[in-house]
Design a protein around this ligand. Sequence first.
Ligand code: 0R9
Length: 643
Amino acid sequence: MSTRYDASQITVLRGLEPVRKRPAMYIGSTDSYGLHQLLWEIVDNAVDEAINGFANFIQVILHSDGHSATVIDNGRGIPVDLHPEEKISALEVILTTLHSGGKFGQGSYRRSGGLHGVGSSVVNALSSELVATIRRDGLCYQQSYQRGVPLSEVQVVEADPQTGTTIFFRPDPQIFESVEFDPELIAERLETKTYLTPGLTILFEDETSAATHRFLHTGGIADLLERSIARYKAHLIHPDKITIVSENGQTNGTRIELALAWTDLTEEITQSFANGIPTLAGGSHEVGFRDGVAEAMMSYLKAHDAIPRGVDVKRSDIREGLVAVVNVLLSDPQFQGQTKDKLNNPEIRSQISALARMEVERYMHRNQSTGGAVATRIIQASRARMASRAATKEVRRKTTVSHRLNLPGKLADCSSTDPQESEIFIVEGDSAGGSAKQGRDRRTQAILPLRGKVLNALQASEGKVLQNKELNDIVSALGCGIGKQFSEANLRYGRIILLMDADSDGHHISTLLLAFLYCYLRPLIDHGYVFIAQPPLYRIDVGKETHWALDDAQKERIVKRIQRKRQDAKFVIQRFKGLGEMMPRTLFETTLDPTRRRLLRVTIPPDQEQTSHQTIESLLGKDPSQRFRFIVENASLVDELDI
Ligand code: 0R9
């Protein structure tokens, strides 16, 4: 293959240059999130062909290096004939021109706008290598690219009676922080696609682990709802799931698919999609759905005179325990938000709300046993909320009495009463608490050991959260009150430091505490009071020198650095199983001493507010792949700080 250097190539380079210059503008970021966007883009193009009825099989191969992938569909094949204006093949136009797309006939659904549907050209621009193979009109064609530049014209390879498109691509390590694909994340995303496109088979070959997954879900979103219910270990409170699909013409060419059921969960779980793209931040379709369901049930309750005297039913009571899937297929979806995961088509809100209102109410009238069970569930939720509000008031009353007599017994307070110089360490477990109490500077450092279980503030009701002993002790110790009674002026410490073991249990407790602070004492995070301590994991002794390492990577670096200077150095390396193993003095020197320690300050950058909220909401659910994504993203929410 000869490399071409002609006029068209120069335009191509110019055309894709902005993508390589500012990749994040096109794919959101250049971290793992952005990397996977490349794959989603190619897969979505193949799924488009299936949604429009021309393909029913897609194969995705993650190659053994974990850094490159191939997507194959059995559709019509991207056209390869010469584009009338550009004088190059349609394939080349698609792969080298920003925002290019086919002409889509009436009634076909296509992703467009914003991040999603940026087009294969963006993937091409950000890949060090891309090979497109097209089977069409009895022939197999091929064209290869490097960083968006074609290496030749489209070539005929051989005769081939089949049709379809194959795209191999290798994300460019010059662009991405890491080019390692995550097989679990891919499998999850691909399986979800098959729920949303019933009849489509996706075969995922993960060559990194020699595993093959075949996904086919003929039941569509009803099956997806089933999976959601199972994942959350929820139990239906009525016999059948409710599915609603808009009839043609009912919603102006937009197809709406809803599946819903009420369960014994205390939260509401809605998964929404627009044209098969997950809309993690919700949008107009979710809002419309919620409105419609609330109106339907309110009307049903009133029609059956089911609201007892003194009970005030709120919309949130109606949605408690509701598990739902909302999918809309529309011809011009508008995505919004930094990561383009919010649907912003205003017309869809009223369409979905009208459909849900009419169909849910009709279903309840026709299925009285379900209607009755859901009505009872809603009244229970209202009563529980009212009781929890009473409990909240009680806790607030207690917390505002902020004299020392009200402090928790296990708090080892500092002697200073000046918040400017005082700090509190919230410590996991009694034994670590003991070391910290002995090792601290008693004048300025308070220690609050946690003994019992910390509740997940996102999963428990407000009443339960506020009755939780450990969380209540934290509120009492901080002195700043909670909810409407919150007063930053009453905060007793200038720094709130979470000190946990450097293991998964420790990280879990930190996460739960952060979730509590985020939900109930948010100004403490926003105003920079909250920190995470960084206790060392290793002690490295070399002769008379002692070094501390926070993790394996740092340990390796220290060992290598010393070995470079002294090849015969003898190391004694101790790994701490927990903070409790550390001598009080060691704990002070490495973790508590303000002149030597490293703290991480917890912050939420203003531009990541919405994403953080959504992520925290989904993180504390039970989906491990979402949790993984959270951990990766959270690294950027934390600033490293030396104090
Ligand atoms: C493996 C990933 N698959 C794809 O990227 C893919 C794109 C694509 C396609 C058509 C068929 N299969 C495809 N797979 C297609 C679309 C149309 C007509 N013929 C074939 C059409 O929409 O009119 N294309 C997506 C855009 C284009 N083709 C086009 F713009 F080149 F027409």
